[in-house]
Structure formats: C-alpha cells, structure tokens
Design a protein around this ligand. Structure first.
Ligand SMILES: [Zn+2]
Length: 228
C-alpha cells in the first residue's frame, strides 16, 4: 500500500467541567489522594493520554455511525471494539483492528489515526509551573436510600474547568482511501463534545470543547458537522 499523505489535525481542548482521568491504583501513595489524576512523571503536570482520546473517539463512532457495519455491530453488542479486520470497515481501518493477523484481510493497511498525548498549552503550563493552576478535589458521595443523607465521601481529583490542552493527531492517507475516513474523525470529535472524556462523564465530569481546529493549518469548524 502506498502512503500518499499525512494530514495533521491540531487544535485546543478546553475543559468545560473538571476532568478526571485516573492514574490507576498502583501509583497511589499511602495517605495520598484516593482517586488521583494521571500526571507526567517528570513535570507532575496533568495531561490527557492519546490512548484515552482515541478510545473515546473509537467507542463513540462504533456505537453510532459504524453500527451499520455488521462486524462492528456484533462487536459492540458484545461490548468490545470491532475486530472484524475486514477491508472497508471504517473502525478497523481508522483505529486499527484488534483481530489476529490471520483474520486481518489484506488491504486493510496500517492504522490511519495517530493520537498524541494532549499536553497543557504553553499558557496553562506556565500557570501550572508557577503554582497558579491548582488541581481541584471533588467529593462524590453515595446517598443512603433510607436516611436520605450523603455517605462515604470519596475525594476525586480533577483538572479544573477552563484548562486547555493541545490536540494533535496525524492521519495517514493511503492510495485509494475514501475522503470520508477523515470526515469520520471530525464527526467523532463532535460526538466527544456532546459526550465527555475521562471518568464520571455521567456525573458532570470531563465535558470538553474543541477550539481553533485546523487540518494542515487550514481552519475547520465542527459547527457544520452533524453528529448523527
Ligand atoms: Zn472492523
């Protein structure tokens, strides 16, 4: 397969509500935050792993527009990412197939989308380094159904609303690829805006808006893109 182009998709991810992307239990210190956020081990600055963004983009597209594809529909029903490995499957083409190489049909080619980690923008990194961007702690409770009172408060660390991260994706174009592959990525971004990223999206965490979006330096808008 001949690589004919690499498109660059850039922009800003602005948080509209606090973001929680968990660091995992093994990195919790004794006496530390119960539910810490993921941070760069060197700078301690929060970031959004590319894998988190890519996973969200994939699952939203698979459960909406890609459901018309039989293999994807079957995988989604089983609660898994598509692993059909079929040529022409948008999920497997854009995001890569989870199928074994034997199952992958020739012609599917390499994963088209490369999602980089989203780091704080220069402005917010300066604020973070000078101590003007403290992380916030939200307490989530369980309401006791009998007494009607909140119990078991668990501190949840969040990146505060308003914080901006850089969006940076590369999209490989191979000979014969349909233009709609890249349009689906934009549709996925629109779906993320209507949904959320990170943990606790159904409880108000992780709402984002994409700003200053560009493809190869040319402005694009999500306004004209329909989510469904
Ligand atoms: Zn597939």
């Amino acid at each position: 397969m001949k690589l004919t182009n690499i498109r660059e998709i850039t922009g800003i991810i602005r948080l509209r509500s606090g973001l929680h992307i968990g660091a995992g239990k093994d990195s919790v210190e004794i006496g530390g935050m119960d539910q810490p956020i993921i941070k760069d081990p060197v700078t301690q600055a929060p970031y959004i792993p590319g894998s988190s963004l890519k996973g969200k983009l994939r699952s939203l597209l698979e459960t909406s527009v890609f459901m018309q594809n039989e293999g994807t529909r079957r995988a989604v029903t089983e609660g898994k990412p598509c692993d059909c490995g079929k040529k022409g499957c948008p999920a497997c083409t854009i995001f890569g197939s989870h199928a074994t190489p034997q199952k992958c049909e020739d012609g599917l080619g390499p994963t088209r989308l490369l999602m980089r980690d989203a780091l704080l923008t220069a402005e917010y990194m300066d604020m973070f380094k000078s101590g003007r961007l403290p992380m916030e702690v939200k307490h989530e409770n369980i309401i006791n159904r009998v007494k009607g009172v909140a119990e078991h408060p668990r501190p949840l660390e969040r990146v505060p609303a308003g914080t901006c991260f850089t969006l940076n994706m590369a999209f490989r174009v191979y000979e014969g690829d349909a233009d709609e592959l890249l349009n689906w990525v934009l549709k996925g971004l629109k779906l993320i805006q209507l949904d959320a990223i990170g943990g606790g999206g159904s409880r108000g965490n992780g709402q984002v808006v994409f700003e200053d979006l560009k493809i190869d330096g040319q402005p694009v808008s999500l306004d004209s893109i329909t989510a469904f």
